[in-house]
Design a protein around this ligand. Structure first.
Ligand SMILES: Cc1ncc(COP(=O)(O)O)c(C=O)c1O
Ligand SMILES: N[C@@H](CCCC[NH3+])C(=O)O
Length: 469
């Protein structure tokens, strides 16, 4: 993951009006001759008038094209879109339409899938602490595969499946001991973490034995590994694949069973700035097929059915966040702060991972001279930074629209109501038409959860003993 440099500059520098950096913006993004950005064939100034700001605009054609590219990369396998990146009913339907499967990891994500009758057999249920109730619901819905993550869960699920009279298909999540090159909070392949069963310690093989012993309730169909997220380097995926095939061979030798499926998780990185160079899906798919094919040949195993779980790489680049500038504050010799009408409530990634973004004035061309500024939000924290060190025209002013690209994954899905700010809408744009797929949260929405209790609160209601006086 790119890190913010922390550098600041307020001296204007002359730069030509830059074209859009292709790898960062949605596929249909383009600039009109008056400098206004279009996405999905629509001008952002008109979108802002109609839907307000801040708002997420999701390029549906781009999402579908990415889904098709993943499908094409794994024609004989399964592509589970990782719903945690961003899930709503429209997206669940697109995923189903494009022939993909869906990875859910909570009862809430399962509820979205169920609300559009997502084909149950194409669902995979993850999570390191699924509740018994979540397991019951997953089994009752007929979820195709549940990924077991702890010894306690093996027992819990076996009990739930027996009670339902079902033999549930399961995978076992394995920690392959691979240190992925990414932020520590989103690396999951190394030994010291909460997910999965360690390969090195023997816990994974032990778990496999226990699941195979619960054969009346559980059908072990394969193994799973996910080494982390926002990864650019294929070496980590390759090493994980190598170790997982090794474990398949150990299982065959120890138990006389050849497991038919291998799920290598998600994690492929995307470009947030022009400096990031993501790997094409086809290259990653080729590499995984080659490694697994070679390792299986040398272990004398049939090649398992491969599965992958892309989240960020499917939806991240499809979406922009559109903000309106409210204030511009120049601190001479220090830095210029450009404040927009959203912030850490719609993008927590900058504060959480020190993630790096680009941003662009999109409602007009702006002056040729640019300033390096800090794009901040409206929340009551100085850590409320949307993007560090972004280059904006020196005449950026209140009322201008600024867009931040690559905000489709882990933005709306991690959004909060900090400072009682309603979460922004998600608007799908396609071929000149826009439709809201998640509406803006209003103050009424927020107040609806707030139980007014005058009787229990001193000031507004009668004090104890005063009633009836
Ligand atoms: C098990 C699992 N699968 C898939 C994903 C999706 O990852 P990404 O969005 O990086 O592709 C995650 C998140 O890191 C995950 O934990
Ligand atoms: N939320 C993280 C990714 C978490 C991946 C989910 N296991 C991010 O924004 O980068």
């Amino acid at each position: 993951m790119s890190q913010a440099s922390g550098a600041s500059a307020t001296t204007p520098v002359a730069v030509p009006v830059a074209p859009l950096e292709e790898q960062v913006w949605p596929a249909t993004a383009a600039l009109d001759s008056d400098g206004v950005l279009r996405v999905g064939g629509l001008r952002v100034d008109e979108l802002a008038d109609e839907f307000g700001t801040p708002a997420f605009f999701l390029d549906e054609d781009d999402f579908r094209a990415r889904a098709q590219a993943w499908r094409a990369g794994f024609p004989d396998g399964d592509v589970y879109y990782a719903g945690k990146a961003f899930l709503c009913r429209a997206v669940a339907r697109w995923v189903a339409d494009e022939g993909l499967s869906l990875d859910v990891c909570t009862g809430g994500e399962l509820a979205v899938a169920a609300s559009v009758d997502f084909p149950p057999a194409r669902l995979l249920f993850h999570g390191n602490n699924k509740s018994v109730e979540e397991l019951r619901r997953a089994v009752a819905y007929g979820v195709g595969r549940i990924v077991l993550d702890s010894f306690a869960e093996i027992e819990r699920l076996a009990t739930v499946a027996r009670a339902a009279g079902v033999r549930q298909r399961v995978l076992i999540r394995v920690t392959p001991g691979v240190e992925a090159h990414t932020h520590e909070y989103i690396a999951t392949g190394q030994e010291d973490q909460k997910f999965g069963f360690s390969l090195a310690s023997g816990a994974a093989l032990d778990a496999i034995g226990r699941v195979l012993a619960a054969t009346d309730a559980l059908e072990l169909v394969g193994l799973h590994a996910h080494i982390g997220s926002q990864i650019f380097d294929t070496a980590g995926f390759g090493l994980a694949a190598h170790r997982m095939v090794g474990l398949l061979a150990t299982v065959r030798d120890a138990h006389g069973v050849e497991l038919p499926e291998l799920d290598l998780g998600g994690g492929l990185g995307i470009a947030y700035t022009g400096e990031d160079a993501p790997l094409p899906v086809a290259d990653v798919a080729d590499r995984l097929h080659t490694i697994v094919g070679k390792e299986c040949a040398s272990a004398g195993l049939a090649v398992p059915r491969l599965a992958v779980e892309p989240g960020r790489a499917m939806v991240g680049p499809t979406t922009i966040t559109l903000y309106r500038v409210g204030t511009v504050k120049e601190l001479p010799g220090l830095r210029t702060y450009v404040s927009v009408d959203g912030g850490m409530s719609d993008n927590i990634r900058t504060a959480l991972y020190d993630a790096r973004y680009t941003a662009r004035l999109v409602s007009r061309p702006g002056a040729a001279e640019h300033h390096v500024v800090t794009l901040v939000g409206k929340h009551c924290e100085s850590g409320d930074v949307v993007a560090h060190d972004v280059s904006l025209p020196a005449d950026v002013a209140p009322g201008d629209l600024v867009a931040v690209p690559a905000t489709g994954a882990y933005h709306r899905s991690m959004a909060s109501n900090y400072n009682h700010v309603g979460r922004p809408p998600v608007v799908a744009v396609r071929a000149g038409a826009a439709r809201v797929v998640v509406r803006r949260e209003t103050e009424d929405d927020l107040l609806r959860l707030d139980v007014d209790d005058p009787a229990g609160a001193g000031a507004a209601g009668p004090k104890p003993g005063e009633a009836g006086r």
